[in-house]
Design a protein around this ligand. Structure first.
Ligand SMILES: Nc1ncnc2c1ncn2[C@@H]1O[C@H](COP(=O)(O)OP(=O)(O)OP(=O)(O)O)[C@@H](O)[C@H]1O
Length: 575
């Protein structure tokens, strides 16, 4: 009920349209219920040769036509209106969900599969729009139909009414029994299909590795087994389900025969007219339908509510700490950064950074080195406030970064990551992502400086080449060059390069390095790199291990200290 109320809130803005839809649905049902009675009285006029009042007959047929046409029209408008309400509400829900994502802490995205989050936007929201309102309208129609049919049939003849009431839901009940049995196999079939799907996806994605390890035969055998399993469950579910329709039809036919037979007896004894037999036969069909709709309606509702719950779970998640009001503001950053007794852990029980102290002078180029998992990226995460420190503080130009708005803090940095992110659009748009008003000349210049122009110029459509998706056929290095050009164009006051050149050949890397040196002249910058050749010139090198800075100094100082850095350097440049 709570979920229902909450959902209703999203559709409330257009509730008058839904009320109109309900009224129209009611009128439509009324039309379909009056029609059988009219069919009965019309048949009753066919009393014998030369005794038919054709004027009255034509009139009744015309009314019947109007009734059927009118009720279908009403139903069409009702469906259209309720769809309108549904899409409007669902639109609002999707919008709220998307804006919520911007306010969720990054830890949410780091710990939840992205596919699952996407499916809430696409599948869950769609299920709600299908289920909630359309389902509600169909349920209301079903209730009108059941109540209306009972009232009209009782008024015509009690015995016949009872007969229809008892026999009409019979075929529904039998079908339900059969589908229940087959549902078990359908679920197994869905699971098997999911497994097969997953296997195929994995195999296609890893085809190259699979061939390199000569795993094709084993993979074919695995697939064969999964495929066979799917065939078995698919066959069983279809076999059982195939009984549903013929059984329902057989029961319906028997039911018509019984109603016809009892009807004839009632005609002979004068309780009802011949026409009324037809009326009851039509009612038997009309009355059975809401029952057969019932199961699918219930499933529809259940999935809609389950989807709503999944969406509300995200909407109710605690958001990241809001920006302070009023916030401090940095217009012209000097670039002095200090970590002051900083503690941090991703998981409360797993300590990562403890009592970290650091001081970076304005304009310094800082390099961070260390083994995989040492905490280098974590330092960047803290600096950009993707995560907040658990103790201590980080200051920028003497201001605690938590006193700034996130936007003000982040606009001071240009960030290039190892994982590139490009969007569907032209190469030009992708480079100009951080500077909407960039001119073509500016774009060309950064492309040249980053070295990406060489490959762009070779493309038939050059800068206008459209990237279709994240998996476009660019090499990893080319993608990285594009993101480097992007940050060069944005020209941020400070730079953070997290393994930004890890996939680029050494020749291009040297070229980029020169461009970066030009860019970072007099600006504070952080470079995370595994290749120590790229950071020799840094003003300050931080060596990290297990979340701690274990050594710091210039390249020469660290070599002289003959510590961890010296060892690392030796290992990379050993003769
Ligand atoms: N979102 C996260 N949630 C939980 N633990 C995390 C998360 N991100 C990183 N870690 C853990 O924190 C530690 C430091 O990770 P970090 O990414 O900072 O290392 P790194 O030095 O940048 O490594 P690499 O050189 O591989 O990029 C690792 O043990 C890692 O498993």
């Amino acid at each position: 009920m709570a979920v229902f109320k909450r959902l209703a809130h999203y559709f409330a803005e257009k509730k008058y349209l839904f009320i109109m839809a309900t009224i129209l649905a009611f009128v439509a049902v009324l039309g379909t219920l009056i029609a059988p009675v009219l069919v009965g009285t019309t048949i009753d006029q066919l009393v014998g040769r030369h005794q038919v009042d054709f004027t009255k007959l034509n009139q009744d047929i015309l009314i019947l036509l109007v009734l059927y046409f009118g009720s279908n029209l009403c139903l069409w408008v009702a469906t259209w209106l309720s769809n309108n309400v549904a899409y409007d509400g669902v639109n609002r829900l999707r919008q709220q969900l998307f804006s919520k994502l911007d306010r969720l802490p990054l830890s949410f995205f780091d710990t939840n599969p992205h596919g699952d989050i996407t499916s809430r936007f696409v599948n869950d929201v769609e299920t709600i729009s299908d289920g909630a309102l359309q389902g509600l309208l169909t349920t209301l129609q079903a209730v009108f139909t059941i109540v209306g049919s009972i009232v009209i049939m009782m008024r015509l003849d009690l015995v016949m009414a009872l007969l229809v009431l008892i026999t009409a839901p019979l075929s529904f009940l039998t079908t339900r029994l059969i589908t229940k049995k087959s549902q078990h196999y359908f679920k197994m079939q869905a699971d098997d299909l999911g497994a097969l799907n997953g296997y195929a996806e994995e195999a296609i994605a890893g085809l190259k590795v699979e061939q390199a390890f000569q795993h094709e035969t084993a993979s074919q055998a695995d697939f064969e087994q999964l495929n066979q399993q799917l065939y078995q469950t698919g066959f069983k579910s279809q076999f059982i389900a195939s009984f549903a329709n013929p059984t329902a039809r057989a029961i319906n036919n028997i039911m018509y025969a019984v109603i016809g037979l009892v009807g004839c007896l009632r005609v002979i004894t004068g309780q009802i007219s011949v026409g009324e037999i037809s009326t009851f036969l039509i009612f038997a069909t009309i009355f059975g339908k809401p029952f057969s709709d019932f199961t699918s309606l219930m499933t529809q509702f259940q999935s809609a509510f389950a989807s709503a719950r999944r969406i509300f779970r995200i909407i109710d998640l605690p958001e990241e700490i809001p920006d302070p009001k009023p916030a401090a503001k940095i217009d012209q950053v000097r670039g002095e950064i200090a970590f002051d007794q900083v503690d941090f852990s991703y998981e409360p029980q797993q300590h990562l950074i403890h009592d970290l102290n650091l001081h970076v002078k304005p304009g310094q180029q800082v390099a961070i080195v260390g083994q995989t998992g040492a905490g280098k990226t974590t330092l960047v995460n803290l600096l950009m406030r993707f995560y907040d420190v658990t103790a201590g503080k980080i200051t920028l130009d003497g201001i605690d970064i938590r006193q700034l708005t996130r936007q003000n803090l982040r606009q001071q940095f240009g960030l290039v990551l190892q994982d590139t992110w490009l969007f569907a659009g032209s190469l030009r748009d992708n480079i100009a992502f951080g500077k909407d008003d960039a001119t073509m000349a500016e774009i060309r210049q950064v492309a040249q400086e980053s070295g990406v122009d060489e490959f762009i110029e070779k493309l038939p459509r050059g800068y206008e080449t459209e990237l279709q998706s994240a998996t476009d056929s660019l090499s990893v290095g080319q993608r990285q060059l594009l993101t480097i050009a992007r940050v060069m164009l944005a020209n941020p006051p400070m730079l953070i390069l997290d393994e930004a050149t890890s996939n680029i050949d050494t020749y291009t890397e040297v070229k980029i390095q020169a461009a970066f040196n030009k860019l970072t002249q007099g600006r504070t910058s952080f470079v995370i790199a595994h290749r120590l050749s790229t950071i020799r010139e840094a003003d300050l090198i931080l060596v990290m291990d297990h979340g701690q800075v274990i050594e710091q100094g210039t390249h020469q100082e660290l070599l002289a200290a003959k510590g961890y850095y010296a060892q690392l350097y030796e290992s990379q440049f050993a003769k």
